[in-house]
Ligand binder design. Structure first.
Ligand code: AMP
Ligand code: GLY
Length: 437
């Protein structure tokens, strides 16, 4: 303990209410260094594993007051909204330890125009693009470039800000509804029009304390709602780790050509980034290129990473918050694979009914190497009921990806709620390389 400087009895606050935050919470609860984990706003799973404080509001000042009064040693923020609104600045101004970027640094996610400008200025590989706020100008550019082409709202849009247009007409319609505010409100008053990139996507998350960058193992999300990656994009329908196409050489390349130059670019712009930097990458024929940056842990990537992490998460995140990452030994990972499948409410990402009791949780929780992470769940009396789109993440470890996937699907088959829906093909790319390349 003394050698790493980590406190022996910590109280930790986890901000958020999804599967990602539940996975982080369960890892923290296991830590011998942690006395108590508090979650806000939390969900039914987090209420079982940790404590939910009674607060009047979920704004940053209220949370900071709670953290101060309760003597919280470390706060971890899941959702981007809090970061974009400056929760880290509020906590730091009170001398509280928190993992995450400042509001200014969070622009890497909260403004695509900022992120693209940074990448362009510093030569970080990404799709060619232009920024528009006038329809006619965007139209001229799209007609010149042709389709497929990608239209992105500048601001945060909860996963709804991007249209990958197969033809010019669809692209122009996306521009019209986005710029007019109809699609994602004010977040779409400026847009990025971007070259379409072809390839496999991969998520590389890294911890950064302002000096030392520690990448996590690669993972892959499944954004589309339907099997075979059909249908509208969601927050993510499942994930797995490791990703066989991302070998150690490619991980090094990503670190050297994308992660480190981005952190350095931010530094040169006078922005010190800290927390989790999530690079969403396209593995193109010309090498890895940035699709987007996020300023936080991914959901559902985190649900596929936490079961593999052997190092004490509390110790690592405290070191991020205190700028001591360099003093820690390398992260240790379970060599087994993890596959995480989301059980969602039918209809998500569109309108869907909620409030249905979830059955089978006890049976699944008894299974070895299976982890049930709650997302949109709530307690109704003694019952756990559905409360939104992405209800549960079922993660399983296995000797290889096939084994992990079989186990995850064996577990999910024991669960039921009215209108339960899940993809049947999570990790298909890893199991079907021939078709992909
Ligand atoms: P983003 O929110 O920027 O990650 O975009 C959401 C999804 O749209 C990504 O995960 C990709 O599947 C797709 N996408 C975004 N940008 C591009 C691009 N330039 N080329 C191809 N697909 C893209
Ligand atoms: N998995 C996508 C995200 O966390 O934004």
């Amino acid at each position: 303990m003394a050698d790493t400087g980590a406190k022996s009895r910590m109280q930790v606050l986890v901000v958020g209410s999804g599967g990602r935050e539940h996975a982080i919470t369960l890892k923290l609860v296991q830590s011998p260094k942690v006395d108590a984990v508090w979650c806000y706003p939390g969900n039914a799973g987090m209420a079982q594993a940790a404590r939910i404080p009674k607060l009047d509001s979920s704004d940053a000042n209220t949370l900071a007051e709670f953290a101060e009064g309760q003597g919280i040693d470390l706060t971890i923020v899941g959702p981007e909204g809090y970061l974009a609104e400056g929760i880290v600045d509020v906590f730091r101004s009170r001398g509280l330890c928190i993992v995450g970027p400042s509001q200014s640094a969070a622009r890497i996610e909260s403004s695509k125009v900022f992120a693209k400008g940074l990448m362009e200025k510093y030569g970080i590989p990404t799709a060619a693009y232009r920024v528009f706020s006038e329809y006619q100008e965007a139209k001229g550019y799209i007609e010149e470039m042709g389709a497929p082409i990608v239209i992105k709202a500048d601001g945060l849009a909860a996963g709804k800000g991007v249209v990958v247009a197969e033809d010019v007409e669809t692209a122009l319609e996306a521009v019209r509804v986005t710029l007019s505010g109809q699609r994602v409100g004010e977040a779409g008053r400026r847009i990025v029009v971007e070259e379409f990139m072809e390839g496999q996507e991969v998520s590389i998350l890294a911890l950064y304390d302002g000096k030392t960058c520690v990448p996590l193992v690669p993972s892959q999300d499944h954004k589309a709602v339907g099997d075979g990656d059909q249908g509208p994009n969601t927050g993510g329908m499942g994930a797995y780790s490791p990703v066989p196409v991302v070998d150690e050489a490619l991980q090094r390349e990503i670190c050297q050509s994308i992660l480190l130059p981005t952190l350095e670019a931010l530094h040169k712009e006078g922005v010190t980034y800290t927390g989790v930097l999530y690079a969403g990458l396209m593995l193109t024929k010309a090498g890895p290129k940035v699709v987007e940056f996020n300023c936080r842990f991914g959901d559902p990537e985190t649900q596929a990473l936490m079961p593999r992490l052997r190092t004490d998460l509390a110790e690592v995140l405290l070191a991020v918050g205190e700028g001591r990452l360099a003093s820690l030994p390398p992260l240790e990972w379970d060599p087994r694979a993890c596959v995480s499948v989301i059980a969602a409410s039918q209809g998500y990402p569109g309108p869907h009914d909620t409030g249905f009791p979830i059955v089978g949780l006890d049976a699944v929780e008894k299974m070895d190497d299976v982890f049930v992470y709650h997302g949109a769940t709530a307690l109704r009396g003694d019952e756990i009921v559905t409360a939104g789109g992405r209800v549960l993440s079922i993660s399983a470890l296995g000797d290889d990806i096939q084994g992990a996937r079989d186990r995850a699907y064996e577990a999910i088959a024991k669960l039921d709620f009215e209108n339960m829906y899940y993809r049947k093909d999570i990790a298909w790319r890893a199991l079907d390389q021939g078709k992909v390349d």
